[in-house]
Design a protein around this ligand. Structure first.
Ligand SMILES: Nc1ncnc2c1ncn2[C@@H]1O[C@H](COP(=O)(O)OP(=O)(O)OP(=O)(O)O)[C@@H](O)[C@H]1O
Ligand SMILES: [Mg+2]
Length: 253
């Protein structure tokens, strides 16, 4: 299968007496070109799973593969190449963007991390990236503090796109945003997939958000995937009581 395949993943967080298995035997696929939503309550292990898929935390067991290549065993150049292919976008762009750098500098740095670009090519790439996330190219000169939350999240997405990944893992990409701009960022995620054939793993505690963007949905609880399936079918007839609970919460909220 091409895309991301997670198999039997087990991740421990904390240490000593605080050690805790946050991801407990997870199988998850994100086939190339699809949007998969990962939904579950706070503390269910979603972010830990996300961090493991990009190599930020090492699993104690299981495999993470891209196009059949094992991430966990990779070192050196192979690891760097695999890391480029999947990019993580965080919940809070305020914390993840360097406040001292202009938007243009941040994007240029990401764009040149894995390839050489001359001055003119770099400026053109920054412009292309800003247009791709529907931001005015004049924002290249802005610093994060002068942008709105929604604009900052677009910059975070542009930075992820700058390294030309195959998959973006977006961990609660709209949780820090006003409801009024959440929809615009979700629409942007959908557009990016249409335009570029990118795969997305969109993580949220909110079934309404996951339902809006996803082809397939995986429901996580207590470190395990309790239900997975095609989005419309899963919404129409959830097999799991917990999935039903999340659907009711979304409908009521
Ligand atoms: N560094 C850590 N040290 C100790 N425990 C941790 C650590 N990181 C996460 N945990 C615990 O692991 C579990 C899963 O946390 P995780 O952040 O993955 O959940 P989540 O589903 O992303 O939650 P949320 O929706 O609140 O973001 C929780 O019980 C959490 O307290
Ligand atoms: Mg989280």
């Amino acid at each position: 299968m091409s895309g991301l395949a997670v198999r039997g993943l087990r991740v421990q967080v904390g240490s000593g007496r605080n050690a805790h298995v946050a991801v407990d035997g997870v199988d998850l696929d994100v086939p190339a070109g699809t949007v998969v939503g990962l939904v579950g309550e706070s503390g269910s292990g979603k972010s830990t799973l996300a961090r493991a898929t990009v190599g930020l935390v090492a699993p104690v067991a299981g495999r993470i593969e891209y196009d059949g290549e094992d991430f966990a065993g990779a070192r050196g150049r192979r690891l760097r190449r695999l890391r480029r292919r999947v990019q993580l976008v965080f919940q809070d762009p305020r914390a993840s963007l360097d406040p001292r750098m202009t938007v243009g500098e941040t994007l240029a740095e990401a764009a040149t991390a894995h390839r050489r670009l001359g001055r003119a090519a770099r400026a053109a790439e920054v412009r292309r990236l800003l247009e791709q996330v529907q931001l005015d190219p004049a924002h290249a000169a802005s610093r994060p503090a002068s942008l709105s939350g929604g604009q900052r999240q677009r910059v975070s997405l542009a930075r992820a796109l700058a390294v030309r990944p195959d998959l973006i893992v977006a961990d609660e990409p709209t949780a820090a945003l006003d409801v009024s701009v959440q929809g615009a960022v979700l629409n942007l995620l959908r557009d990016l997939r249409e335009q570029s054939g990118l795969s997305l793993l969109v993580i949220s505690h909110d079934m309404a958000i996951v339902r809006y963007v996803s082809d397939r949905v995986a429901v996580m609880r207590g470190g395990r995937i309790v239900e997975e399936g095609e989005a419309a079918a899963l919404m129409a007839s959830p097999r799991n009581d917990y999935t039903r609970l999340l659907l009711d919460a979304a409908a009521g909220g």
